[in-house]
Design a protein around this ligand. Structure first.
Ligand code: CU
Length: 155
């Protein structure tokens, strides 16, 4: 009878150990790239717009945002605005936008942005559009961005 009880205890301990092992592995699933606070400037057809968002890289390796696909503009590129002698200039990041391990990068007016050229439909404030971000580790993220004149972010 006592032996049976010991066996029961051992089996229960094994189940707890297996469950704990599964639980400690779970956070690995959370190691990922995440995007927050995505918004896009309103625009008229054939005009330009820009998308702004915050990217966090919680994976174990640096990643690079290499391309952006949208169906509402002819082209989407990662740009950087550089101010030189009071003149703002935009440059395409030919090699994409690198996000280090554990790093958060905020795309915002006068910094990094996703340039949206030759908009194919009117982008009205309050509506949403979707963007597909592709990273060099093969990961793609489909995100929804609010069309907004984001005054707070303009400061
Ligand atoms: Cu630009």
């Amino acid at each position: 009878m006592r032996i049976v009880h010991y066996m029961t205890v051992i089996v229960i301990l094994l189940i707890i150990a297996a469950y704990s092992a599964m639980r400690t592995q779970a956070p690995q699933d959370n190691r990922r790239i995440s995007v927050d606070e995505a918004w896009v400037r309103p625009a008229l057809t054939s005009g330009n717009s820009a998308a702004y968002l915050t990217i966090t890289n919680d994976t174990d390796n640096p990643v690079t945002l290499t391309s952006i696909a949208v169906d509402f503009a002819a082209m989407a590129q990662v740009h950087q605005t550089i101010v030189e002698n009071d003149m703002a200039q935009m440059q395409q990041l030919e090699n994409g936008l690198r996000i280090g391990t554990g790093e958060t990068i905020r795309l915002q007016p006068d910094g990094y942005h996703i340039m949206l050229m030759d908009v194919q439909q009117v982008l009205n404030e309050g509506e949403t559009v979707s963007l597909i971000l592709t990273f060099d580790n093969g990961e793609t993220l489909s995100i929804e961005a609010q069309i907004s004149n984001n005054i707070v972010n303009l400061e």
